[in-house]
Design a protein around this ligand. Structure first.
Ligand code: SAM
Length: 287
């Protein structure tokens, strides 16, 4: 099977989707770090790990302006954003205008006892990723298909873990690949935390709009675990991706309230009147 690799995250780093995804990831990692016991972190689609908001790529469409820049320009944001902003500042001490990717963020919060596994298929992004973490012996990077990874990694010895599934969705088939990957993972490791990100794309312009809805429905109905479903509409006028969503399976304690606070604030920043985000919790089936 040929895998298309035209997507490069450097063009999208720091956009509204990254804000939702990275905030959620950070909050989950912090929650799991509260217990001494080690956990593992798996990034099935890791990207390059570090980006620059000054790069030509980032400035082609300036997606970060409607994303992280909004937060950076705010004099005061709620405490729920503090760890995210602190990590951003840390990334920017070694390089001005840097924007860190999910692997870097997870690597900062995890401890000496934790293990991390990063998968990235694109040869250039993979080289950057590998170099970025070459001195960190907790981390394994792999230039392989992330959709296949969970089969070999799970169940983890630690029985605690967070998996981020963050594909480019370049092809419509990826929506069902995400589902299959989750199914493989949950079958072997039912108590893990799984974070699935997906884009909200106008139905009129793409069949991907209904593909993502179908995927979310399948996930909600297939798995018995508690699931938090979050949607954030960042720009209802946008022609392409107007927002994004996440399904969090086995959400850590407190995440729902934290995301409620965070998303209300992001909506306030944009000055939107009507509800531009939604959060719903599916509790465990008991039958
Ligand atoms: N998770 C990253 C972050 O938050 O910083 C961003 C990841 S980006 C949305 C998706 C990445 O997946 C791209 O770098 C792309 O090259 C890579 N990719 C595409 N198909 C893949 C596959 N089957 N396995 C692993 N990586 C893949």
């Amino acid at each position: 099977k040929v895998i298309m690799l035209s997507y490069r995250h450097a063009f999208h780093a720091g956009n509204h989707a990254d804000v939702l995804k990275h905030l959620t990831l950070i909050l989950c990692c912090i929650q799991l770090s509260k217990k001494e016991k080690p956990f593992c972190y798996i990034d099935t689609h890791a990207g390059a790990g570090m980006y620059s908001l000054e790069s030509d790529a980032a400035n082609k469409n300036r997606e970060y302006v409607n994303g992280i820049q909004k937060l950076l320009d705010t004099p005061a944001s709620p405490d729920v954003f503090a760890p995210y902003l602190a990590l951003l500042k840390k990334a920017q001490t070694s390089r001005a205008h840097a924007y860190p990717g999910s692997p870097w963020l997870a690597a900062q919060i995890t401890r000496a006892q934790d293990k991390l596994h990063f998968y990235e298929l694109h040869p250039t992004d993979y080289q950057m990723l590998k170099r970025l973490f070459s001195n960190d012996n907790r981390i394994s990077t792999s230039n392989q298909n992330g959709y296949q990874s969970l089969k070999s990694l799970f169940p983890p010895a630690t029985r605690r873990g967070i998996t981020l599934i963050d594909p480019p969705y370049e092809q419509e088939s990826e929506y069902s690949e995400v589902f299959t990957t989750l199914k493989d993972g949950i079958k072997r490791f039912s108590t893990g935390v799984y974070l699935v990100w997906y884009p909200l794309i106008k139905r009129e312009n793409s069949s991907k709009g209904s593909a993502s809805e179908k995927m979310v429905k399948r996930i909600l109905s297939e798995f018995n675990q508690e699931q938090l479903h979050v949607r954030y509409i960042a720009d209802s006028q946008a022609k392409g991706m107007y927002g994004s969503g996440m399904v969090i399976i086995n959400p850590p304690w407190g995440l729902e309230d934290q995301l409620k606070q965070a998303l209300s604030f992001l909506c306030e920043l944009k000055g939107c009147q009507h509800s531009e985000h939604s959060i719903s919790l599916k509790t465990m089936d008991t039958n």
